[in-house]
Design a protein around this ligand. Structure first.
Ligand SMILES: Nc1ncnc2c1ncn2[C@@H]1O[C@H](COP(=O)(O)OP(=O)(O)OP(=O)(O)O)[C@@H](O)[C@H]1O
Ligand SMILES: [Mg+2]
Length: 228
């Protein structure tokens, strides 16, 4: 079943007389449970596409259907509420809040949802457990290694049980061992929890963890590789 459907998706920015078009009439269908890698040169529109699908930004034209919702028509506030239910976002530089502990960072997205303190605790504990960082729950980001910070960030992305995880170069700042650990964790989320994952990477070896790689160039899809 198609979970994400982009039709003639276009994003433009105007600077004076100049129009920049990071996404140009892009068509893309992603089925539920896909692990998709997006590759392409710098400036080809990868982050722009992730941000539109994550409801962080809105398209200039075209349609963006996610789970049968046409999110391109949503108001900013409706989009924020929608995003907190559907999307978990993982960044290259983790983006943890430095003055909060690992536990409090993971708890943060749940504060947008109505639930008891006890339920919240159970969800945070199980997310920390899943990424194998529960023993560091009271540590602050500065007391963690990069790989550990990224695991906390993944716990934060999945604690609300979103259908879609978007990850922008999630291993871009990590050594090889930590990067492999993070990729294995993403594969586990995809295979065991059926999360649909959209990941940007510059590294062909990293893209091989995905089931499908799409290449973007100048805001258009130019090539598709299906992995065994
Ligand atoms: N807010 C903005 N205002 C103007 N131009 C923008 C804005 N955001 C992105 N762009 C432009 O859109 C194009 C695509 O940017 P994008 O960040 O999607 O590229 P990318 O493929 O993620 O590149 P990288 O691999 O370097 O991260 C670039 O030319 C960029 O300068
Ligand atoms: Mg980018």
């Amino acid at each position: 079943m198609s979970l994400i459907q982009c039709t003639n998706l276009t994003k433009e920015y105007s600077k004076g007389d100049n129009i920049i078009r990071p996404l140009d009439d892009l068509n893309l269908t992603v089925s539920e449970g896909t692990f998709l890698a997006l590759m392409g040169p710098s400036g080809s529109g990868k982050t722009t596409l992730l941000n539109l699908i994550a409801g962080i930004d809105q398209p200039t034209s075209g349609s963006l259907m996610i789970d049968n919702h046409e999110i391109s028509h949503y108001s900013r506030s409706k989009l924020t509420a929608w995003r907190s239910k559907y999307i978990g976002y993982i960044f290259q530089l983790y983006n943890l809040v430095p003055v909060l502990t690992a536990y409090e960072n993971v708890e943060l997205p749940l504060l947008l949802h109505k639930m008891s303190r006890k339920d919240r605790h159970a969800k945070v504990a199980s997310a920390l457990e899943l990424v194998d960082i529960a023993d560091r729950h009271s540590h602050y980001p500065r007391q963690l290694s990069g790989g550990q910070e990224q695991r906390v960030a993944i716990a934060r992305a999945i604690v609300t049980d979103p259908k879609i995880i978007v990850a922008d170069e999630p291993t871009g700042d990590l050594d090889k061992t930590s990067a492999n650990n993070i990729m294995n964790l993403l594969v586990q989320l995809n295979k065991e929890l059926n999360k649909t994952i959209l990941m940007v990477t510059h590294d062909p070896l990293t893209s091989e963890y995905a089931s499908l790689t799409l290449h973007l160039d100048k805001g258009r899809l130019v090539e598709k590789e299906v992995h065994a």
